[in-house]
Write a protein that binds this ligand. Sequence first.
Ligand code: ZN
Length: 173
Amino acid sequence: MAPTQLQENLVKANEKYASSFTEGHLALPPAKKYAIVTCMDARIDPAAAFGITLGDAHIIRNAGGVAKDALRSLVISEQLLGTQEILIIKHTGCGMLTFQNRDAVGVVQSNLGVAGVEAIRSGFGSDFLPFPDLEGAVKSDVEWLKANTAIPVKIEISGWIYEVETGKVRHVV
Ligand SMILES: [Zn+2]
């Protein structure tokens, strides 16, 4: 099969990147010992917006920057790779503010039928983890992590909101 335009772009951009790459010596554990949980939103550039240099931190991204969805990666990050601080960074204009579970399940049902509905049920309990209140979701995610016994009490946890309109980040909790 012929490569897609995106595949060609990947190869071309990577050739350029690799031709001047000098960071092959970096260690596996993040040098600055922290993990960021943020949204997969295409408008967020975590390295640039949050000052992350290659090798510094784990960046865990999912729809909404949801702590519960990131738990597996966070436990690996802390227990196996030595990170000691977590920053939850959600953002304005997040898609997760715009629907409820029943809406998403309805879309899956109409596009993918009963088999699709069954697959999301067995895959993640049909809970898309949407949230109606941005600031409330930041606070509840931080509280949820602090109360979670898989996260040691010594881990520093804070919550933030990134504004896609201004590029600014603000501290919530
Ligand atoms: Zn988002």
